[in-house]
Write a protein that binds this ligand. Sequence first.
Ligand SMILES: *Cc1c(COP(=O)(O)O)cnc(C)c1O
Length: 408
Amino acid sequence: MLNQVITRQDFDRYMVPVFAPAAFIPVKGLGSRVWDQNDKEYIDFAGGIAVNALGHAHTVAINAVKEQAEKLCHIGNGYTNEPVLRLAKQLVESTFADKVFFCNSGAEANEAALKLARKVGRLSEIDGKNEIVAFHNSFHGRTLFTVSAGGQPKYSKEFAPLPDGIHHIAFNDLDAAKATINQKTCAVIVEPIQGEGGVIPADLDFLAGLRELCDQTGAVLIFDEVQTGVGRSGRLYAYMNSGIVPDILTTAKALGGGFPIGAMLTTNQFANQFAVGDHGTTYGGNPLACAVAGAVFSHINTPEVLNGVEERQKYFKNALYQLNEKHELFEVIRGDGLLIGCVLKEEFAGKAKDINKLAGEEGLLALVAGPNVIRFTPSLIIPFSDIDEGLKRFDHALARFVKSQKGE
Ligand SMILES: *Cc1c(COP(=O)(O)O)cnc(C)c1O
């Protein structure tokens, strides 16, 4: 069985067709380089969608997996364990939070956050305080509740009837927020930078305004930092850039550096409104995931790594501006830290996927964020020489794209 030849056709034959993966199959990675079945090498600017924060096969993660796997992988939530308590303490000591709930993904972290907010609303004095305010174009995960909170109807409309009481308003529109958030609002959920929606940073005034409206109405302010968290923005969490502190923060993606884990962080005030039995998970907080996350988190939460993200962002963006002077394809290059979006000019709208495919052919793993944005979320410690090499390949892909457009 293990010796059987595996091909990309096996995906179409055996897999539920919710993804459309590239034509090649990666088989190994080291740092910011990846190799496919034919030994073709790729520079990795995708980082497993903002997950592989230390690149591939980092010794910190490998050693943590090995050490913990030999001791205790899973024990169930009838018992607590050392790695989970160590990681909870680390997260609390590094952020605004007092308490942590662990799960296995970003969607689950948001699911927990929204459920907690509903319970907080229910325990309040106000009748019917259960409405959730979310934003157009946002992404919060794929469970029914989180996909309904997300502001992209294409992901939820096939699954109606959807959970009730969710209002979507324009992102970065404080007037709309003022008109919508009221005493019946139990939660406002927002990404400090919309990731999947196109790498769109929230305005500082907007976040400050949401904080104020939540304070006035007693709504819980939830920052979805699943994509922006764990150093991605150049700070440990993006809220630290804005100075606006949420009541609940959700984190996943880079938290395990490639090992699945998610968490919901909150203050005592809100955490204590959940009681034993209110929420749960079988795998959440298992020792193996928490040991790996603990090691990865400690390594990232240092001035060397976090300052390095800033340096890399400057270097990366400068090089991208130069590429754009040559090819003139992008309207704007935006984002914080190593969450970078290149927005296509109007005339190339809808072509991000085509460019991404050419990048793959040239030996570069990149991402899109919607139809018009090329997105880069590389390792936070990607060597500068790999940035150079990756952008050289991106240059080739863009040249081919420009040529194909002229040929049309
Ligand atoms: C990826 C993402 C999620 C969903 O995380 P999963 O681990 O795929 O469930 C939620 N919110 C944001 C902002 C994300 O980028």
